[in-house]
Design a protein around this ligand. Structure first.
Ligand code: ARG
Length: 589
């Protein structure tokens, strides 16, 4: 469980040693090390330092290089251009570092020393409504953040803030009271997610139609909302039936998504009911919120409507009802005070950014958020169709998530089947791999661009074997596994004494960056950085595979062993990285 210092950090340390030996006064200067194509690393920091000291940068650079103590990590440091350092590390240093990573079950990824508790609000569909691609994004990005943060030592509490409250329930419940058998199940057999959703859909449509056409029903439905909010038992029992029916559906979709959503983590809007009055009282008494035309409002200098008048956050409506803001503010109190969160992460559509900006600012004014507890919206962009417009069916309706997932799996299964004979896959394996590849493709597409950007949902591209897709990575992994099947008695052994080929060096240097990439993805809430890393890893592996034979033609024993070592570490890194993204890596594909 030891964290392994990366070569970058070792090189950085050597340079810092040289700097402080050559220029004791500038000991704290940053050498500004980064990866480079010219050499392994480049350091540009001496330029700025020379400017500051009014010295000649090349001379200074030379002095620093001369002051670096002899060591077995740096092979060559060349002063180039106006005063850059081009740094090449030794082949032995690469293999030694990788061997240390390989010896660690965590591949040398460090635990965050200042880890805290993060509550992640993600995968939050709405009761009695179909899930759409927006809910998919929240679920996929949120699940990846859960894994990445937990892996770096953070305590993570999951919260699925489902939409299970609101005026629409008055209409639904009233309809069910008047049509009591509408949610009955025809048989004792377990209801499928699909059936559950179609029941809810039918009920939703029928009650909506009545609500819009029948004034008396409308009045009864409105009265029912009051009963619900007052906690009337019969009304609550019926409400619960809608929630339960919806959960059957939600869980079936999450299951399809190969995602583990636990019932105890589903705390929807209704879960904060008991706190709403208190939240309002605190906000009003502290002066954070004020009454305006009967409503309880929070105002912001920089939030104005098109007419130039301030747009407040409404915490309580003038009729006494509570909305989305009151629930979210109460949830913050719960998460900070009861769950002891140090970070709150909300994986929610960018179109709700104004809401969260106002909610967070209100919570700050109330003191619930402060220097010790931060809140961040990991805002994601819109999913677009191939035409670049928000994703809709040809009829202009929202695309059903289930249909999309089924189609992704269908297409993936076709792709898998085409290659299946060569690999000798059984029918069961084909079906299973089809799911892993199809669902992986959907997740990967979501995770491979920065969340904030809109992205095009293009299944053809997603399951393509060439390019930045999960299938490409999954094939790279399976290919490595198949090499081990052919390796006979040769096993992976790190040989630091060998001279490495360029493709081996490039692969090795990249493998060494896994730990810092995971850390970066965790700290910046940026799973796409891990995705980009893994894609590059697979690409570098492909080049290595083409240029450096492992089995045929058989290289010398030590070279073969060392290559197998690189193969093995690549496979483990791919497997671990993909697992953090929620994507499976089948052993045979
Ligand atoms: N249910 C909401 C929707 O479908 C998302 C909830 C986001 N989370 C929150 N704490 N407001 O848009």
């Amino acid at each position: 469980m030891a964290s392994v210092p990366s070569l970058a950090s070792t090189v950085q340390q050597r340079l810092a040693d040289g700097l402080s030996a050559a220029l004791p006064d500038a000991a704290s200067a940053d050498p500004l090390l980064r990866r480079s194509d010219r050499a392994d690393f480049q350091a540009n920091g001496i330029l700025a330092l020379a400017k500051q000291l009014k010295g000649n940068p090349r001379e200074l650079a030379t002095k620093v290089v001369e002051a670096i103590p002899a060591n077995d990590v740096l092979k060559e440091i060349e002063v180039s251009g106006p005063g850059f350092l081009n740094i090449t590390v030794t082949d032995a240093a690469i293999i030694d570092t990788l061997a240390a990573r390989a010896a660690d079950a965590r591949l040398g990824v460090p635990f965050n020393e200042s880890a805290g508790t993060t509550v992640i609000d993600y995968a939050q569909p709405n009761v009695a409504k179909e899930m759409h691609v927006g809910h998919l994004r929240s679920a996929v990005i949120g699940a990846a953040m859960v894994e990445i943060l937990e892996f770096t030592g953070e305590t993570v509490v999951r919260r699925h803030h489902i939409g299970d409250w609101g005026t629409q329930f008055g209409m639904l419940i009233q309809f069910l009271i008047e049509h009591p058998h509408e949610l009955d199940h025809s048989s004792e057999a377990e209801v499928s997610g699909e059936e559950a959703m179609s029941n809810l859909n039918r009920l939703y449509k029928a009650s909506r139609a009545l609500f819009d056409s029948d004034e008396e029903f409308k009045t009864r439905a409105r009265a029912r909302v009051v009963d619900l909010q007052a906690g009337d038992e019969e009304t609550l029992a019926l409400w619960q039936r809608f929630v339960d029916e919806s959960k059957i559906y939600f869980y079936s979709v999450f299951d399809k998504l190969d995602m583990d959503i636990r019932d105890g983590d589903v705390v929807g809007e209704s879960g904060y009911n008991d706190m709403l009055t208190e939240t309002c009282r605190i906000l009003e008494e502290s002066g954070v919120a004020v009454r305006s035309e009967g409503a309880l409002c929070v105002f912001f200098d920089d939030v104005k409507g098109p007419d130039g008048n301030p747009t407040p956050l409404i915490v309580q409506k003038s009729d006494g009802g509570f909305g989305y803001a009151a629930t979210d503010l109460s949830a913050i109190r719960d998460r900070v005070q009861n769950l002891k969160a140090t970070s709150l992460l909300y994986v929610v559509d960018a179109r709700q950014s104004l809401h969260f900006k106002m909610v967070f600012e209100t919570a700050r004014r109330a003191g619930w958020l402060n220097d010790e507890v931060k809140a961040v919206q990991l805002a994601f962009g819109t999913v677009l169709g191939k035409d670049g417009k928000p994703f809709k069916t040809r009829e202009g309706e929202t695309v059903r998530l289930v249909d999309l997932l089924d189609e992704a799996v269908d297409r993936a299964t076709t792709v898998v089947r085409e290659k299946a004979e060569k690999v000798g896959l059984t029918e069961t394996e084909i079906v299973e791999n089809g799911q892993y590849v199809g669902i992986g493709a959907v997740k990967y597409a979501d995770l491979s661009t920065s969340a904030a950007r809109d992205y095009k949902f293009d299944l053809d591209q997603m399951v393509s074997l060439n390019g930045d897709t999960s299938v490409y990575l999954q094939y790279a992994y399976a290919r490595i596994k198949s090499i081990f099947g052919k390796a006979g008695d040769r096993t992976p052994v790190a040989h630091a004494e060998l001279e490495l080929a360029p493709a081996e060096r490039a692969l090795g240097l990249h493998l060494d960056r896994f730990a810092e990439t995971v850390t970066e993805a965790a700290v910046e809430y940026a799973p796409h950085k891990l995705t980009a890393y893994l894609y590059q890893l697979a690409s570098l592996y492909t080049t290595f595979y083409d240029q450096c034979p492992v089995i045929k033609p058989a290289p010398a024993q030590d070279i073969a062993e060392n290559r197998l070592f690189l193969c093995d570490l690549t496979a483990r890194t791919l497997h671990q990285g993909m697992a953090l993204l929620g994507i499976r890596t089948p052993e045979r594909l």
